[in-house]
Every structure is written in C-alpha cells, then in structure tokens.
Design a protein around this ligand. Structure first.
Ligand SMILES: Cc1ncc(C[n+]2csc(CCOP(=O)(O)OP(=O)(O)O)c2C)c(N)n1
Ligand SMILES: [Mg+2]
Length: 569
C-alpha cells in the first residue's frame, strides 16, 4: 500500500498495465489525472472528435493485442464514443473506455453535461463498473483492464469526477493474465475424430486465430491434413494468402475459389469464428455453404458455439491451443483424407487459378477515370511490405475484399459487423501509433470521408503518418446501388458534390495527391507511404458499382396511396 491521491492511483494503474498511449479530447472532468500522464510515460493523443479516439483505441489494440484506452469529457464527450465502442464490441477489441461522470453529489439533478452513462453502453461492453468511492479507483480500474482482455471487448470504467480527488493508501496491482485453455478433452477428441474421418476437410480460419496468435499452429494443422483454408469474412489475414492451401475469404465480395472449395467439404473446422450469418450468405450467385457438412466449431466464447450454425462438435477453447491439441491427436490416428490428397490439392489449385483468371479479367479496364476494380488491383500490386490496411463500409471498400491479400496476421482491419462508415481512417491512425514501423493505409469512400477528414488535422498535429486512399466516385455508392436496383434510379441523398480532397488535405497541412489513371496509382501509393507524412491519396474512379450488400434484405417498393403510385418499382 502506498499513500497517494486517487488521480495518482488511477494513473499508476494504467502504468502497471503497460499503458503508454491514450486517445481522447481534453476535459475538465479528468484534468487532474491528465495532468500527470506525461511524467507517467503516457502520451495523450488529442483528436478532433471522440469517436475517432475510440476507433484509434480499437486499431491500436487490434494490431498490438494490447489494451486500447480512450477517455473524454463527461456527457457529450462520452456519448460521442458510442458508435466506435459498438464497432469495437463486434471486433472483439480489448478497449478500456474511461468515462468521467457528473460529480457524485450532483448525479440525478440534471446539472451540466449529465446523462446516465452506463445504460448507453450496456449492450456494447463486456463489463462496466462505476467507481463508488475514490479509495476504490485503482481496484476498479485494474478489474476493467483484466476483463477487457479476458472477455475480449470494450469495458467501461465510469468515474464521478469528484472521485479523481482524495488521498488514501492504494494497492497498485500488476496485470492479471488469465490463460485460456484448449477446451475440454472429450470435445477435442471428438474434433480430432471428425477431422480424421473427413474425406474433404476444410478449415475456416476466423479472427480468433489472430487474437490467439495462432498462425503457426493453424499452419501446422492445415499442412498435416493438406486441408485447404478459407478466411472468415473480413479476416483475410487469418492465413497466409500466398500459401498453396490458402483459398481466400468467404462472404461478401469474397473469393470464388474459397466458395467452391468450402462447398465440397464434408467436415469444416471453424477455428476461432462465430460463423457470423453475414459471412456465409450466398455470393456471386453461389450458394456455397455445404448444409450437410459436419461443422466442428472452436471458440473461446462459449456463447458463440452453435449460435448461428448447427454444429456437430463444439470446442470451448482458444484457437491456437485447440489447434495444437487436435494436431497432437491426429498424429496418432488414421487420417482418411490422406488417401485422396493429390485429388484434393489438384482441385484447390484449379479453383484458385480459375478465380485468379476471372478476377484479372474483371480488373483490366483502362478507363479514365478508373474503374474501381482496376484501381483496387493497382493498389494491391503496389501494396508495401508489412502494410496494415483498414477498410470502411461502402461499395468500393467492399469490392476491395477480393483484392486484399496478406501473408501476416494483424494486417487487415475492417469495420466488421458494425459496418459503420467512418471506421477506417481513425482505426488506421490507431494502428500506426501501435506499429509505427509498418505502413498504415485506410481505404475510404468519398461519402465516408466526410465523416473522417477532420482527423487529418489530428494526424498532422500528432505526427501520425497514415495514408488515406479515398475512392472518389461522387456518390454514396453502396446506397445508390439500392436505388438503382430497387427504386428505378430515383436518387435521394446519394449524389455527392465533392471539393478536391487533396487540396483540403494540403490546407490541413498534410500531403494531397490526386490520380485518375491506372498507371499513376502504384507510384502514388508508394510516394504516400514512403513520405513519412500523413497523405490523402484521392483516387478518381468512375461510378461503376459492384453487387449490393443486402439484395436479400430489400423488397421492391409497393405503394398503395394514389399520390405515391409513381414511386412503385
Ligand atoms: C455511419 C453510417 N451511416 C450510414 C451508413 C449506410 N451506408 C452504408 S454504405 C454507404 C455509402 C458509402 O458511400 P461511400 O463512402 O462514398 O463509398 P462508395 O459506396 O461510394 O464506395 C452508406 C451511407 C453506414 N453504414 N454507416
Ligand atoms: Mg462514394
């Protein structure tokens, strides 16, 4: 026990948990703690909007597997976090969100900047705690850090602002690391049995593989079985793309090779994935999910087991540890698929080649301004070594899924199932802070860029050299596609009239580059990522749009009232 103030105890707990970077906007509610961040070895990154601070914490934690921390002023500063915390929840990011609150003597009186800050985050956090006495600030903060990592998601520590003041004897605990197990013995046995008996096993590698640092065990298991590996939706970095067994991602704008291969599986090992409903929807007109295949699902969160798909075997375990255990068992078993390895590998190679050829055919337009697919192909070809790519929500960003290939984990950071426009740029900023030696590149549509561009100022001020690739097609394209397909080309709110985003970037003190022809793209990307400066690379593309997100979820309009009759399909 050491005698200190509660602000000191709070900051010392951050230090004990290895915190070196915190994202937020200054506020009087926590200024007493903020004042000693610097001598504590903590850098405070001041952003333009609190949503960006939480996205930065998200990117930071996703790339580094460390906690991301964000903080803001009570009331409006905290409510500005909501969208980003929801995104982090679905990305399983261990974020500690510190939410100073109205002072404890004023709570409930409707004073300044007061709202009940706990219910707002109830459904998008793994754990919430309100500090009830200043003497408990270190204990509660420690608990929040522990559970953010153990349950893999955002947690909230709510601190009435007066509780940053006070003196007491505090115990600053060191981090409690809770080891994950491989799963129960019987379910691991059953998993190995199912894989040993499989004639065409396919591994579906999810985000859990990356979070568990399981690349190596997965590789060994896949190679032992010679089993093709497909990535779960938006986790294109869960298995090395250049590997002979890699087939690419399932889901929206994914790889046809992956789909045709998974369709042939009699056993699917779903490793570290909840098998989200969005990731197995039909694509490219292919109903690829093999309804009769046995599914062996491994997830560290038991609530995800069997949630979306009926599964034959459910293993409640860590993806890496479970892969090791299963491989150990398989080595002592008769493996049925060993009898047809050559056939299976030939089929995998054939499907991969067919998809590569088809995609190249789709990506060969010489149009100026560019066809989006050509732009995406040029970017893919020029992608720098070790790049971290974040992707936003929009038509071009979604089509990018076919053109994002990685050989190392922790390289792709999509908006995942929250699907919010405005995710990619601040998330890339957080990635860059966590991994300054790797290029950070955000793919963003021009509509979504309007939500993001204020943070270019943050990049300049805080020296965060991120490259934003802005696909300028003059439209909120993904939604316009729905108006084209379902609403007879009635464009309401989907056309954009943009300024020069490169010029806007220059005015903010960053670099701005505009390209409109395919031969300029590679050089521009290299220039941007090698410059060491925050850069907005504005890519002028034509208005071509890929298949919509949710054709399955829209109906043709029916109008019953006479005055709306002309608005029928
Ligand atoms: C915060 C938020 N608002 C609205 C939407 C609905 N939405 C999905 S895609 C999209 C259009 C994106 O347009 P743009 O960023 O220009 O990319 P494009 O589709 O043109 O490639 C919109 C508005 C969303 N996903 N998130
Ligand atoms: Mg657009």
């Amino acid at each position: 026990m050491t005698h200190m103030t509660s602000s000191e105890a709070f900051v010392e707990t951050l230090v004990a948990h290895g915190v070196t970077d915190v994202f937020g906007i200054v506020g009087s509610a926590y200024m007493d703690a903020l004042d000693i961040f610097e001598p504590a070895g903590i850098r405070f990154y001041s952003v333009a909007h609190e949503q960006a601070a939480a996205h930065m914490a998200d990117g930071y934690s996703r790339v580094s597997n460390r906690h991301g921390v964000c903080i803001a002023q009570n009331g409006p500063g905290i409510t500005n976090f909501v969208t980003a915390i929801a995104a982090a929840y679905w990305a399983h990011s261990p974020i500690v969100m510190v939410t100073p609150q109205t002072g404890s003597m004023g709570i409930g009186k409707g004073g300044f900047q007061e709202t009940d800050q706990m219910p707002i985050f109830e459904k998008i956090t793994k754990y919430q705690v309100q500090v009830n006495r200043f003497e408990r600030i270190a204990e509660h903060t420690h608990r929040a850090f522990t559970l953010a990592m153990a349950e893999r998601g955002p947690v909230q520590i709510n601190i009435p602002r007066d509780l940053f003041y006070g003196e007491a004897d505090f115990n600053i605990q060191k981090p409690l690391v809770i080891e994950r197990s491989a799963g129960g013995r019987e379910s691991l046995d059953a998993a190995a049995r199912a894989l040993a008996d499989a004639k065409f096993p396919v591994i579906l590698a999810g985000g859990g593989v990356i979070m568990a640092d399981g690349s190596d065990p997965l590789l060994q298991l896949a190679e032992f079985l010679d089993a093709p590996v497909v990535n779960s939706y938006l986790h294109n970095d869960s298995f090395p793309a250049s590997h002979r067994l890699s087939c690419g991602p399932l889901g929206y704008q994914g790889s046809k090779a992956a789909m045709h291969i998974v369709a042939q599986a009699d056993v699917i090992l779903a490793l570290g994935t909840r098998l989200g409903p969005f990731g197995t929807l039909p694509q490219h007109g292919i109903e690829y999910w093999p309804e009769n295949a046995k599914v062996v699902q491994i997830d560290v969160d038991h609530r995800m087991l069997g949630l979306v798909q009926e599964v034959e075997v459910a293993v409640h375990g860590d993806a890496a540890a479970a892969a090791v255990e299963i491989l150990g068992r398989l080595k002592n078993m008769q493996v049925a698929s060993a009898a047809n390895t050559e056939e299976r590998l030939t089929e995998v190679a054939k499907q991969k080649q067919a998809w590569a050829d088809e995609l190249s055919g789709w990506s060969s337009s010489d149009a100026v301004p560019m066809a989006p697919r050509r732009a995406l192909r040029e970017l893919e070809n020029a992608m720098p070594e070790g790049a971290m790519v974040t992707t936003d929500i929009g038509n071009v960003c979604s089509v990018a899924n076919s053109y994002l290939t990685f050989d190392r984990p922790n390289s792709m950071f999509a908006a995942m199932m929250w699907g919010n426009c405005g995710y990619a740029f601040p998330t890339a900023m957080g990635c860059k802070v966590a991994a300054p030696d790797r290029p950070a590149i955000a793919y963003v549509g021009d509509g979504a860029w309007g939500m993001s561009l204020a943070e270019v100022m943050t990049c300049v001020r805080e020296n965060i050299p991120v490259t934003a690739v802005v696909f300028n097609n003059g439209q909120w394209g993904a939604e316009k596609k729905n108006q084209i397909d379902f609403y007879d080309d009635r464009y309401v709110g989907t056309n954009l009239d943009n300024p020069s985003f490169a010029a806007v970037a220059e005015a903010m003190g960053a670099s701005g580059i505009t390209v409109d022809s395919p031969d300029q793209v590679g050089d521009a990307l290299r220039q941007a990522t090698e410059s060491g400066r925050p850069t907005v690379l504005e890519v002028m593309v034509n208005d071509e749009l890929g298949e919509p997100f949710r054709r399955d979820a829209l109906n043709l309009p029916v109008r019953l009232l006479g005055k709306y009759k002309a608005y029928e399909a």
